[in-house]
Each structure stands twice: as C-alpha cells, then as structure tokens.
Design a protein around this ligand. Structure first.
Ligand SMILES: NC(=O)CC[C@H](N)C(=O)O
Length: 392
C-alpha cells in the first residue's frame, strides 16, 4: 500500500495508506458520523467537491452491492450513477468483506471509479481538528518513495503532458456544483417502472395519463427520492436544475438535494418564485430544496461551522413535542430570523437549534433540511412524502 498524506489548509498533516485509486485530489474535508451506508453516501451527489471522512472506525467490511440498473434507468442499490465524493478517509479499511449483496470490495470499487481512499488515519483526531476549526479545504498527496503507482494514471498524465502530482484547484465555496451533477435532459418516469428521455431544449410534451405529475428540479437528486415518489404512484418529470418548467402541466413541484453553495443556484430560485404565483401548487423540497425554497421565500442562508452529516440528528416538529431521528448531509443552513412573515420553521435541530425545514402559513409549501428518503436510513420521516402526495 502506498503512503499518502492528507494536508489540511491549516497545515495539519495526517499520514495513511492508499487503498483506492492513486491520484492527488483536493476538496472540502468533511466528516460523517454514520456507522454504515458508505455505498449510498459515496454516490450521493451532494458530496461532490468534498473529501469524506468516516468517523466510524471500520469501513469496507460489508463490501459493495452490484451496480445493476432498473428498466427505468435508475440504479437499484446506489444513489446515483457513480461516486461523487472526491475521496474517502477512514481509520481502518477492511479488505475482507461479507454481505449477501456484496460483489466487490470498497477498495476495488474506488479503483474502478478512480476515487482515492486512505486508511490508517486517526479520524478521531482529524474530526476534532475539523470540529474546532470548522470544515477546511484539504488535499491528498501521494508520497514519492513507495512505488506501485497506478500505471493507468501515469500513462494518462504522460499523454496529457500533465505533471504527475499536479493538484486540482482547491476551491469549494462559490462553485456551482449543482450544474455539474444535474441531469442534462428531461427524464420522465412512470410508476410502472419505465422512463423516457428528451432534450431539455425540445418542446417537451407530457403524455396524458391518470397519474398525478410531479416536476422534480434535479439539483443532484438522490435516487431514493425518485423511488419514494414513484412508489406512491406519481409520475416524475425530472428536469435540469435551471430549466424553466413553468410552461409544463403538472400537479406538484419537488426540489431536490444537491451539492455546494445554494447561493450559486439563482436560476432555480427564479423558477420556483414563478411557480409560487400559483398559490395552490403543492411544493416540497429536501435539503438543497429546503434552502432554495427558503431563498425563493426571501430568507438567507449561512454556512455551518462543520455541517450535519450523520444518521442520528434529532429534530423537533415546531409547535409539537414530536421528535424524529433523521439522516442529514448539509453544510449550509437557513437563517430562521430571515424567514418572511408568511413562513415559519417546520422543524428545528435539537442539537444546535438550526433550521431543519420550513412551511408557508397558508399555501401547501413545505420542506425539510434532513433526508426523509434517507438511503441509508433511518426512515422515520418518510411520511413527509405521503403528506406531499396527499396534497397533489
Ligand atoms: N444534501 C444537500 O442537499 C446539501 C445542500 C447543500 N449543498 C448543503 O451542503 O447545505
């Protein structure tokens, strides 16, 4: 195993061993305290641009499921078509794996998808640094001496004339990652398990059917959101993040999760504002969707010190004593104090009091900062999809 060093922007260095693809990367270093779910988290498009530290010490022990694709084009077990995190950082990588549904090791998957993985890192120490300082940019460098370098990378670099260890630019804030991960065409999914695709610039016609139709603004949607809608017998019209869907005929609007800074997504906010001219149109947003709906309602977003990334974030439904354990992955939050007078917080995080969702006081518009679709788990708040579908 080749020696690698993780270097944070404050100069801290962590030495480990490579178990994935060998290429230098840079990104925002974040930590996720979930105890399982690396196949789902790594393929969650919201991790684009980030180096994902897993605080649970053991990783890889249950392998990776097969990358099978359903007839409608959605992966059966993953949250998107490929890994979106720039790299994964673990304490103790397990080469041996055992699970009824595993077909390969985490290391082999990372190599196939050309994503670095490093093990042997003191992830407790690293997390303490990030917790005290806040998330920071970091980079992974491959040490020269140990040989065994990835032949494919070397040849590719030689061909492109790129220096072997040249690092990608280390910027995260202000980059529109949503544009990188959103679909480029309109995809129409039917509850019967089929789908059709059309170019986003074509005049898109929705065939007549008896199902309710939901326009899904794809900011980097997780597959399980689409599954959660389809299994409730609605048609899903998935459109690129900046597509003006307002000319289409549909019964409800869904705004998805997505990577990066919500302040880079103004085109989506403008389209949501236009849709709000119809006060009866049901609107539901998740994560980035909560942030964009809040912005459309006039609220402001701020960056959290180290974000919420875990499976056990407690939230309280405002005005009740109902609390839920939720799955989360976000680095920005809606400023409750900037919600317009027509809006109110719907959920509050019980650890830090930050906003976890909003609702409009009269119109059928609401959103959650956490993940009610939660792949992987917990599924306690999936009922929010039922609430949305009832409104259609
Ligand atoms: N999962 C998401 O949609 C994340 C939203 C946004 N990129 C954030 O980090 O806050």
């Amino acid at each position: 195993m080749r020696n690698v060093t993780l270097i944070l922007d404050d100069g801290s260095r962590f030495c480990g061993k490579s178990f994935g693809y060998e290429k230098p990367v840079a990104g925002e270093v974040v930590f996720n305290t979930a105890m399982s779910g690396y196949p789902e988290s790594l393929t969650d498009p919201s991790y684009a641009g980030q180096l994902m530290t897993l605080t649970y010490p053991l990783a890889g022990n249950y392998g990776v499921p097969p990358f099978t694709i359903e007839p409608n084009g959605l992966p059966t077990f993953m949250e998107s078509e490929h890994i979106h995190a720039e790299a994964v950082i673990v304490s103790d990588y397990s080469e041996n794996y055992s699970h009824w549904n595993a077909v390969e090791s985490l290391g082999d998957w990372l190599k196939r998808e050309q994503v670095p993985g490093i093990t042997g890192i003191d992830t407790r120490e690293l997390t303490k640094v990030l917790r005290e300082h806040g998330v920071m940019m970091g980079r992974i460098e491959f040490n020269e001496e140990s040989g065994g370098r990835n032949e494919e990378l070397r040849m590719k670099n030689e061909e492109s004339g790129r220096k072997d260890e040249e690092l990608p630019a280390a910027v995260y804030e202000g980059v529109n990652y949503v544009d990188r991960v959103s679909c480029k065409e309109i995809i129409h999914y039917l509850p019967d398990g089929t789908s059709t695709r059309s170019a986003a610039h074509s005049s898109f016609l929705i065939p007549h059917s008896s199902f309710k139709k939901v326009v899904l603004v794809d900011c980097g949607v997780k597959t399980n959101i689409i599954r959660c809608l389809l299994k409730r017998d609605v048609e899903v019209i998935r459109v690129p993040w900046n597509y003006d869907f307002n000319g289409l005929e549909f019964d409800g609007l869904f705004i998805s999760n997505g990577p990066g800074d919500p302040d880079t997504c103004d085109a989506a906010v403008q389209n949501i504002r236009k849709a709000m001219q119809n006060e009866k149109l049901p609107i539901f947003g998740i994560c980035m969707g909560n942030q964009l709906l809040s912005k459309a309602g006039g609220a402001k977003i701020y960056k959290l010190k180290y974000g919420h990334r875990s499976h056990n974030q407690p939230v309280r439904m405002v005005g009740t004593e109902r609390c839920f354990i939720t799955s989360q992955n976000h680095g920005y939050a809606v400023d409750n104090n900037t919600l317009g007078e027509d809006w109110e917080p719907l959920f509050i995080n019980m650890n830090d009091g930050s906003n976890e969702g909003i609702r409009h006081k009269r119109n059928p518009w609401f959103s959650a900062q956490f993940h009610p679709e939660a792949a992987s788990g917990p599924t306690d708040t999936e009922f929010l999809f039922d609430e949305f579908v009832k409104l259609l």
